[in-house]
Design a protein around this ligand. Sequence first.
Ligand code: MG
Length: 159
Amino acid sequence: MDVRIGNGYDIHRLGRDRRLILGGVCIEHELGLVGHSDADVLTHAIMDAMLGALSLGDIGHYFPPTDPQWEGADSLKLLTQVHRLVRDRGWRVINIDSTVVAERPKLKPHIEAMKRALGAALSIERDRIGVKATTNEGLGPTGREEGIAAYAVVLLAKG
Ligand code: MG
């Protein structure tokens, strides 16, 4: 079986008057993520992992932050576009694993909804998507609640 692995990383700043969207789920919090699109850091990390697996560059290449058409974009829609690139080349997602690094809010109550949203966007079963959440123990920019980061790994198979 021909398989490929990719990894992705992203971080966005937290700021006022922004929505907090992670894995396509809008989460109640006094701060949201700042970015050109909806700044869904988890979905961005997954997209980069998928692109990386096939050596297709990164999301900045396909959805440049200088392009007004991506302003406020729903990242799940961008994920669907990246998935189409993958499918068009004859690859499918075996599984995804990911970690969100956020000091607050508690993400555990939202994990299942994220898996559901991501699974629906990719048309894959929820048990093929790992979403984990951790704090950074108060250390660094994520620990100081200056931002939220996400890591993702994706395994693809041909056919
Ligand atoms: Mg991003």
